[in-house]
Design a protein. Structure first.
Length: 365
């Protein structure tokens, strides 16, 4: 056989080996992807039922809003009319089937109070929450990983004790306490940072995607970036500080465990320096618990954004959810919970894939 006739065979053989090597990973990822709609269905079902088990009714709230000067009989008629127009007079089973049918057609419904599309409301609020959560996660990872590595490298020293003490204080403080403290110190007393809102009203920002950095590029508006960052610092740091302590403790414990393993001692005997050992051996082998914590903390940050956005009047999904709960606005609450849950499930899916990439032994499970 000539060299030209052998090359295609070699290419096929390489593709076959590549497929055999990564087939297990692909099947496991596919299996986890198939679980995503099941998890989301269970969640939306729980939220759907829970909202309707609350004592008050959105129809009663809307009917009471325009009840001035009306008799009790007229108010009752008004409430009945509103219930019928919203479909709340139908049996719960029929409402549930109708809601699932809407979801299958990517229709999240219409807000009872504002009359706006829930998908449009989430389209405006979700980028705000994603920006806040990603910024907080970035700050928490940088601080948590660095301090965890320093604490592990200086085990038993005063610096190690100080870092562990600060980490404990960090994850012991609640979000709202840190937020109020930040407002008082940096906003009221020092006047360093704005404390409310996402952007100054004077800028006249009209969103295209509602991701400020992307809009600044698309609209050629570099003047948007600095005011946005100034408004982002306090809420993002508030969320990050409540998380970075836990990351610090996890990184320290994981790195210390790996530093005591046989292969690390062997690397030392071979003459590798501590930075080389840390970079080549320790970080990769201690990454699984760290990735686990980061995935869980991202979910916690999404939950914490609900409180933080309210404290700082940040117009994200958290503020939308709280307003929806207060007004008994079923479609808004259901849509907001679904959006946050989808992000959380996707992040956990990414963490699962990273597990399989970092530790091939898990692919056999």
């Amino acid at each position: 056989m000539t060299a030209l006739s052998i090359r295609p065979l070699l290419g096929v053989r390489r593709l076959t080996r590549h497929w055999a090597r990564h087939r297990g990973l692909g099947l496991l990822v596919l299996r986890r992807l198939l679980l995503v709609p099941v998890v989301l269905w269970a969640l939306v079902t729980v939220v759907f039922v829970a909202m309707r088990m609350v004592g008050s009714s959105p129809a009663a709230a809307l009917g009471a809003a325009g009840a001035n000067g009306l008799s009790s009989a007229q108010v009752a008629q008004n409430i009945a009319r509103i219930r019928k127009s919203l479909g709340l007079d139908l049996p719960l089973r029929v409402q549930y089937v109708h809601y699932l049918d809407q979801l299958l057609h990517l229709d999240l419904g219409t807000s009872y109070t504002s009359g706006n599309s829930v998908r449009g409301l989430l389209g405006a609020a979700l980028p705000v929450t994603i920006e806040l959560t990603v910024a907080a996660m970035g700050i928490a990872v940088i601080i948590g990983v660095l301090t965890g590595l320093i604490a592990a490298a200086t085990k038993g020293s005063m610096l190690d004790a100080a870092i562990r003490g600060l980490a404990t204080v960090s994850f012991s403080l609640p979000w709202f306490a840190l937020g109020v403290l930040g407002i008082v110190v940096f906003g009221v007393e020092l006047h360093w940072l704005p404390v409310l809102g996402r952007m100054p009203n004077t800028l006249g920002y009209v969103p295209t995607t509602n991701f400020v950095l992307l809009d600044a590029i698309l609209q050629d508006r570099p003047d948007l970036v600095l005011p946005w960052l100034q408004h982002l610092v306090l809420p993002a740091t508030t969320l990050a500080l409540s998380m970075c302590g836990f990351i610090t403790r996890t990184v320290r414990a994981s790195v210390l465990e790996v530093l005591g393993d046989d292969f690390t001692r062997t690397a030392r005997m071979k003459g590798l320096s501590e930075p080389q050992i840390l970079r080549r051996h320790v970080l990769r082998n201690s990454s699984l618990p760290i990735v686990t914590v980061l995935g869980l903390q991202f979910g916690a940050l999404l939950g914490g954004s609900v409180i933080t956005e309210q404290v700082f009047s940040y117009p994200g999904v958290g503020s939308l959810l709280i307003a929806g709960v207060q007004q008994q606005d079923y479609p808004v609450v259901q849509g907001g919970v679904l959006a946050i849950a989808t992000l959380f499930v996707l992040v956990n899916l990414i963490v699962d894939v990273l597990y399989l990439v970092l530790d091939p032994r898990l692919r056999k499970a």
